[in-house]
Design a binder for this molecule. Structure first.
Ligand code: 3UK
Length: 536
């Protein structure tokens, strides 16, 4: 088995930030964001100032600090500042909405929230319902506040509450020297929320050594990451995928990371590549599809990576023909921190997630936990030391997923005789939409709130490119007739309360829904119905 040999006393911020300065890379550019550039010494100073600020606010070791931040230089400073002070950053998905944030902040009992000014409006309505939150630190609020104003200007101006703190002012008021908290390699380090088909999202607790493990295995052995690489992840830093691509892979080898604060449209992504010349590019399949539809070039890129959902082989072939570049597809998860089964450069099997990454083991098992034969579909289990320790306050879900050394991915896979893994769906009803989880139950629960909806069911349907999007089957109340107008109204209704990527792209009106004897909606019958219609 693969071992890191980290000392007992270990803090990830020391490894990923301070070590770079100690080893002489203080003047090396760590982060490029728009027209700004920051050296490792700059990031270290900001990290230390922020860690001191948290301590002065009364934050102690193991307490959670939530980050609701766009991709800018603030991210690594806040993330590692919290870790160096011994606190535990919780990376929140900026695409989520007010109700989601109320859950995350209360479930994690975060004492401090660091929020980018344009996202503050999502928090305003729940200010009175956050019993554990004591301080809100706003990034890019004060006019003329210098470096952060560009992205703050994009949204409606929020009024800073008197009790809120300004990130820049707070940093200026604290020392740029900070003692590293006496954490050990198995202390809690950071959290990410992972959603499931039932129940609330799970606070996934990662340990101090996890990022080092993922960087030393997938990062070094598959991507061959090096000091002279420039990393650009279109996938945002708050995803487990983006966090590795944009923070702890580049910082592990003292390389440079490029950040794009805006939504990663093909135009923005091509413009960022042109401007900052990354050598490694990371995206999700949906983005590769969109980029293939637009003009643009990828000068200087040596390798492209895709994860989040299976990469359609057509994208791989078209990308190769257009840019002479490979796209490495690999499967990772929030629970494993990063990718554990992956294709290798120059050794790509289209339609496959690739082979096990060195440092990990994978098995495919049947219902009684016996290994299946090659070609047979079963549940994918994975083992490796970047696995999360547990789900916060969810003992049942923890023991279902973290089965001793093995972690149940919930994915159906088969393996061929050469050791290539092929994705064959999920064991639950969860959908991956643009690389992000969507729970059909959540979309159904939202639709049913609409006064005209009597019943509904949501399944995944494939778009023109074979990528999954939510589709809703709806039974309307007696007073309402199906129409395009009703369809639009229902879509808008979902968009108004859930994260945008969750809305049903298609709505089918039905007189009734297929149900079991006990009244449960048979989603599989709707899936069959759809398949028959599409085949016809
Ligand atoms: C699915 C894939 C087929 C699969 C992630 C890279 O996606 C990430 O994490 P999540 O927790 O979702 C995990 C689930 O997504 N999946 C991911 N990649 C692929 N299915 N092919 C793929 N290449 O169902 C898995 O269980 O959101 C991806 C790195 C870190 C990550 N957290």
């Amino acid at each position: 088995p693969y071992s890191l040999n980290l000392p007992d006393a270990f803090n990830a911020a020391d490894h990923f930030v301070d070590r770079n300065v100690r080893e002489g890379r203080g003047e090396k550019v760590a982060v490029l964001c728009e027209d700004r550039s920051f050296t490792y010494a700059d990031i270290q100073a900001g990290m230390n100032r922020f860690g001191n600020a948290l301590k002065s606010l009364g934050v102690r070791m193991e307490e959670r600090v939530s980050l609701l931040l766009l991709d800018t230089e603030v991210y690594p400073q806040a993330f590692f500042g919290a870790i160096k002070a011994g606190a535990v950053p919780v990376c929140l998905n900026t695409m989520n909405r007010t109700q989601d944030f109320q859950f995350y902040l209360n479930d994690s009992r975060s004492r401090v929230l660091v929020v980018d000014a344009p996202l503050l409006e999502q928090i305003e309505p729940i200010r009175g319902s956050l019993p554990f939150l004591e301080h809100v630190i706003v990034v890019g609020q004060r006019q003329g506040g210098g470096q952060h104003t560009p992205h703050a200007a994009s949204s409606a101006v929020q009024t800073l509450r008197p009790a809120d703190l300004d990130f820049d002012e707070l940093l200026a008021a604290h020392s740029d020297r900070l003692d590293t908290a006496p954490t050990c390699r198995d202390d809690a380090c950071f959290w990410l929320y992972s959603s499931g088909s039932t129940g609330s999202p799970k606070g996934t607790v990662h340990l101090q050594h996890d990022m080092v493990y993922a960087a030393s295995t997938y990062g070094i052995k598959v991507l061959d990451i090096r000091e002279d690489d420039v990393f650009f992840s279109a996938a945002k830093l708050f995803f487990a995928y983006g966090l590795g691509n944009g923070i702890y892979f580049p910082f592990h080898v003292g390389a440079t990371a490029v950040y794009l604060p805006q939504r990663p449209t093909p135009e923005q992504v091509y413009a960022t590549v042109r401007r900052h010349r990354p050598t490694l590019f990371f995206g999700v399949p949906t983005l590769y599809g969109q980029m293939l539809e637009q003009e643009g070039t990828m000068p200087g890129v040596r390798l492209c990576v895709s994860a989040g959902e299976a990469l359609p082989p057509a994208y791989l072939h078209r990308w190769k023909a257009r840019f002479q570049l490979d796209i490495l597809d690999g499967i990772g998860s929030t629970e494993m921190a990063h990718i554990f089964v992956s294709n290798r450069p120059g050794e790509i099997t289209p339609g496959s997630s690739g082979k096990v990454v060195p440092g990990y083991e994978a098995r495919i098992v049947d219902e009684s936990m016996h290994d299946v034969s090659p070609g047979e579909i079963g549940t994918l289990l994975v083992k490796g030391d970047s696995a999360a320790a547990y789900y916060w306050n969810k003992h049942g879900k923890t023991s279902e997923t973290m089965m001793g050394q093995w972690l149940n991915t919930g994915d159906k896979y088969y393996c061929d005789h050469q050791g290539y893994f092929f994705c064959a769906g999920r064991s639950d009803d969860m959908l991956k939409v643009g690389g992000i989880w969507v729970s059909p139950n959540e979309v159904e629960a939202c639709l049913i709130e609409h006064p005209d909806v009597l019943e509904c069911a949501v399944i995944g349907a494939c778009d023109e490119d074979d990528l999954v999007k939510p589709m809703a089957f709806v039974v309307l109340g007696p007073a309402k007739e199906p129409s395009e107008q009703v369809e639009t109204e229902l879509k808008e209704f979902v968009k108004s309360s859930l994260a945008l990527y969750k809305y049903p792209r298609w709505i089918r009106f039905m007189d009734e829904l297929p149900k079991t004897a006990t009244g449960k909606i048979k989603r599989f019958e709707l899936r069959n119905l759809l398949q028959q219609q599409q085949a016809a």
